[in-house]
Design a protein around this ligand. Structure first.
Ligand code: SF4
Length: 421
């Protein structure tokens, strides 16, 4: 049997694209393998959001060269944000790569493989493909913001939303194959529909997807603080399937840095937004992203970020050290925070958040929570609460794709454990 090997790093959008790719390849008769040396198709789905991710991609690609030399008939494809519109420099650097595929263009990749094999031009989803219990569904690609540090918008282009009917069909199809939770994805999902002729909003889309029988939970990410409309907050509050969990990147706790990042909101506006959300959705869990060591960030400005994290007390903080990305506006600013200092700030935020998240999660001790169980891992069932808390429990029964009431017996900053009641 022909095999494919798929390697994915980066954001949830890449995870969604890889799932779609796996489905397409399986519909063409390929089976998944964990061993690239035996694969007939090798795809690296890449991320270059930070230098560390880019280094991993090129390291992985170089390690595949001997495999490709040994088996030149295997197809090697590079996909995702590492692939610019003009691929000439990539072609020169990696002549052994057969195909360069722009981010999210899974259809081109599948078409290429289908025509290479002499099979149908267009693939049909494999009905046997087992969809995850919780699935990401891209609803739009690209972004119209101009955040100065961001390479994603350069690689993924202007915002392009899918039509609501297409998304509803896609979710319906997933639900028929036992998906119970979907997360609607966009680089800036709050701006969903602004580019479509009748400008449907994300709130309208949530209402439409909410109608699907057999779908139990609905989420969306990633939000932009300047685009989160009241109508959307109302939809989260009113639609029972929409989970009380929002990811709203703050990036910095200092107005001057936010201005330099061209984020288009102030700390005061962000505070106001959080207050509004918490008033309307009292049990909401909030996640955010933070970049430390942005050009010119002083110790005082960094402390402003820490103070804001202490004040808002997010459930989750994804923190990254700034790294200049080629072609971005911030890349022209002096990268003047030394690497060791960036790392110190990154670790300080991690430590602070570890403490805050530990305290927030400890409030769930001895409480019974609803967990949508996704899979069994190392003998333990693993799932998430509506507020996206990761819960593990042991039980002999088959819980995959079911809702379990779990009494929490242990909590930590990143996960918790319990037993079904
Ligand atoms: S909102 Fe800003 S950071 Fe997010 S994808 Fe768009 S430009 Fe990049």
């Amino acid at each position: 049997m022909k095999c494919y090997y798929l390697w994915t790093i980066g954001c949830q959008m890449n995870d969604a694209d890889s799932r779609q790719m796996a489905e397409g390849l399986e519909s063409l008769g390929y089976a998944a393998t964990r061993r690239p040396e035996e694969a007939d198709v090798i795809v690296l789905n890449t991320c270059v959001v930070r230098q560390s991710a880019e280094d991993k991609v090129y390291g992985r690609l170089s390690s595949l060269k001997p495999i490709k030399q040994k088996r030149p008939e295997a197809i090697l494809a590079l996909m995702g944000c590492a692939v610019e519109e003009d691929t000439s420099s990539l072609q020169q650097r990696f002549p052994y790569v057969d195909l360069f595929v722009r981010p999210s263009d899974t259809e081109s990749l599948i078409d290429f493989i289908a025509s290479h094999n002499g099979t149908a031009d267009h693939w049909q989803p494999a009905s046997s493909f087992q969809c995850p219990v919780s699935c990401y569904v891209p609803v739009m690609y690209g972004c119209d913001h101009l955040c100065t540090y961001c390479i994603v918008r350069l690689r993924r282009g202007r915002q392009r939303s899918k039509r609501p009917a297409e998304i509803v069909d896609e979710v319906q199809c997933l639900v028929e194959r036992r998906t119970r939770e979907v997360t609607l994805l966009g680089q800036n999902v709050d701006a969903y529909g602004h580019d479509l002729p009748d400008q449907p909003t994300l709130a309208v889309l949530l209402e439409a997807v909410h109608e699907i029988d057999g779908l139990w939970r609905l989420r969306f990410l990633t939000s932009h603080p300047a685009d989160m409309a009241n109508e959307l907050i109302e939809a989260v509050a009113d639609l029972p399937k929409v989970c009380e969990y929002l990811e709203i990147p703050i990036q910095s706790g200092d107005d001057k840095i936010l201005k330099r990042m061209l984020r288009r909101y102030t700390i005061a506006q962000y505070r106001e937004l959080v207050a509004k959300i918490r008033e309307r959705i009292p049990k909401v869990a909030l996640a955010t992203d933070v970049i430390v060591g942005f050009p010119g960030e002083t110790e005082k400005q960094f402390m402003n970020t820490c103070d804001l994290l202490r004040e808002i007390r997010f459930d989750v903080v994804h923190v990254a050290a700034y790294s200049p990305r080629p072609g971005t506006a911030a890349c022209r600013l002096p990268d003047d925070v030394p690497p060791q200092e960036k790392e110190r700030r990154r670790k300080a935020v991690e430590e602070l958040q570890k403490q805050i998240a530990g305290e927030i999660n400890a409030l769930l001790l001895r409480q019974a929570v609803e967990v949508l169980v996704e899979e069994r891992h190392k003998g333990k069932w693993r799932g998430r609460t509506r507020t996206n808390k990761l819960v593990f429990f042991e039980d002999e029964r088959d819980w995959r794709g079911k809702l379990a009431r779990v009494q929490i017996t242990w909590t930590g900053p990143w996960s918790m454990q319990g037993s079904p009641v």
